[in-house]
Design a protein around this ligand. Structure first.
Ligand code: GUN
Ligand code: ZN
Length: 445
């Protein structure tokens, strides 16, 4: 057993949209002890000091959260971030596809996967649904690297058998064999789940989509992940490629790809019938505000999803997104909602990046909260890391204001340490002191 003292924040239910009160959904426990057992599970939370024989770490004055869950991110795209000048379809052709081609090499995939997962941990993200590349080896490498770190991952070989350059296309038979092989090797092993990973409708033939639907039908414990209705040119193209479908989302519905373990990134250009279909099937939308702003894709309407009863989680979508930081993602989410005339509370945002995402993935029993029995995936953050956000913290009048200012101003530089299943996997190195000149020194000079 080990004990950690900090300001503990998590959620016990879903906060109401727009509610900035410290509602019953929010559980803030300042200066509490988090107990973690030797199996790496949360054993409990208490105010009183643990007995002397229990090893302890005192992080008093810092914020302790469940590890963030990034429900849509691309492992081979760290090097694609911040690529200038294009919208989705040109961005894929000019930057993304060329970068993904290199991952056919197992060594590139292994090195890249390790780098990617360590980067997630250094941003406070302990679980993710990830797109590698079309190459079987890229999924294999990611599963292996996650297993080594005991990280919760949902991933699978990307399916794409058309409208992609040489070296990035599979075919239905090979894709099916590779998927089944990876499912047998990795699905349910350690903390890994397999996701049938359709890149997006334009890069799969109807035959490949049908095969993907068959995989899902054969094993309802599989996840499915893809992109939907991200960009207007993309939506138009899907309309041309699949004239029989009522909408872009309907392409996936017809192929049997919408179910309670489906994660659809973006969902900007959906209509009410699409949103009803999401609710009925239990599929969720991964909201990717940083990517949506960077690629100029559009403004996701979160309240419309709530009105329809659909689930929403938060995602960086790196490399369309410009940071792996979930705080930056949430801050962008606030701005996107503001552009639509809505206000995203810190509670709804942080919930969607922790407990909400865990529940939408059907993983609430494992991750997302500080509830006893969950695996001890957690992070400790500085409330402030510089004079500017320290002053903002000092002026906050209530808990929501404090946490909202933190969410908006903080990033990975506020992260002190990350634990996965009770093991510390990231720790900030002490920084060289850069003492600012004091006013009295300046006067003396
Ligand atoms: N649609 C198809 N592929 C991609 C991708 O890699 N990133 C984003 N943002 N959208 C996509
Ligand atoms: Zn994406």
């Amino acid at each position: 057993m080990k004990a950690y003292r900090a300001d503990l924040l998590d959620f016990v239910s879903t906060p109401a949209w727009g509610d900035t009160e410290a509602s019953a959904a929010v559980r803030f426990r300042p200066e509490h002890w988090l107990l973690v057992d030797d199996e790496g599970r949360i054993a409990g939370v208490q105010t009183h000091e643990p007995p002397a024989n229990i090893e302890r770490e005192d992080w008093r004055g810092h914020l302790l959260l469940p590890g963030f869950i990034d429900t849509h991110v691309h492992s081979p795209q760290i090097g694609v971030m911040a690529s200038y000048g294009t919208a989705l379809l040109d961005w894929l052709n000019n930057y993304t596809f060329p970068a993904e081609r290199a991952w056919a090499d197992p060594e590139v995939a292994a090195r890249g996967s390790a780098h990617f997962l360590d980067a997630l941990l250094a941003h406070g993200t302990t679980a993710a649904a990830v797109f590698p590349t079309v190459h079987k080896t890229s999924a294999e490498a990611l599963f292996a690297a996650a297993n080594l770190r005991r990280m919760r991952v949902v991933t699978g070989k990307v399916l794409m058998d058309r409208h992609a350059p040489d070296g990035l296309r599979d075919d239905v038979a090979q894709a099916e064999r590779d998927s089944i092989d990876l499912i047998q090797r990795w699905h349910g092993r350690g903390r890994a789940s397999y996701a049938v990973t359709v890149r997006f409708a334009p890069t799969s033939t109807p035959g490949q989509l049908a095969m993907a639907g068959e995989l899902c039908r054969a094993d309802p414990s599989l996840f499915m992940q893809t992109h939907v209705a991200e960009n207007r040119d993309e939506v138009r193209w899907v309309g041309e490629l699949f004239p029989e479908a009522r909408s872009y989302l309907d392409v996936y519905a017809r192929a049997g790809l919408l179910h309670r373990r489906s994660i659809l990134a973006h969902g900007i250009w959906l209509d009410d019938s699409d949103r009803a279909a999401l609710r009925e099937t239990g599929a969720q939308v991964a909201f990717c505000p940083s990517s949506n702003l960077f690629l100029g894709s559009g403004l996701f309407d979160w309240p419309a999803m709530i009105a329809a009863g659909g689930a929403v989680s938060m995602a960086s979508d790196v490399g369309g997104g410009t940071s792996l930081s979930m705080q930056r993602t949430l801050a962008d989410g606030y701005k996107v909602q503001a552009m639509g005339g809505h206000r995203l509370t810190a509670w709804t945002a942080l919930h969607a990046a922790t407990r909400g995402a865990a529940e939408a993935l059907g993983l609430g029993h494992e991750i997302g909260t500080l509830e006893p029995g969950r695996l001890a995936d957690f992070t400790v953050w500085r409330w402030s890391a510089n004079a500017v956000d320290a002053e903002r913290q000092r002026l906050a009048r209530d808990l929501h204001e404090r946490v909202f200012a933190w969410m908006t101003l903080a990033d990975e530089r506020h992260l002190l340490a990350t634990w996965v299943a009770g093991a510390q996997r990231f720790a900030r190195r002490p920084q060289a002191a850069t003492a600012p000149a004091r006013d009295d020194e300046r006067r003396a000079a």
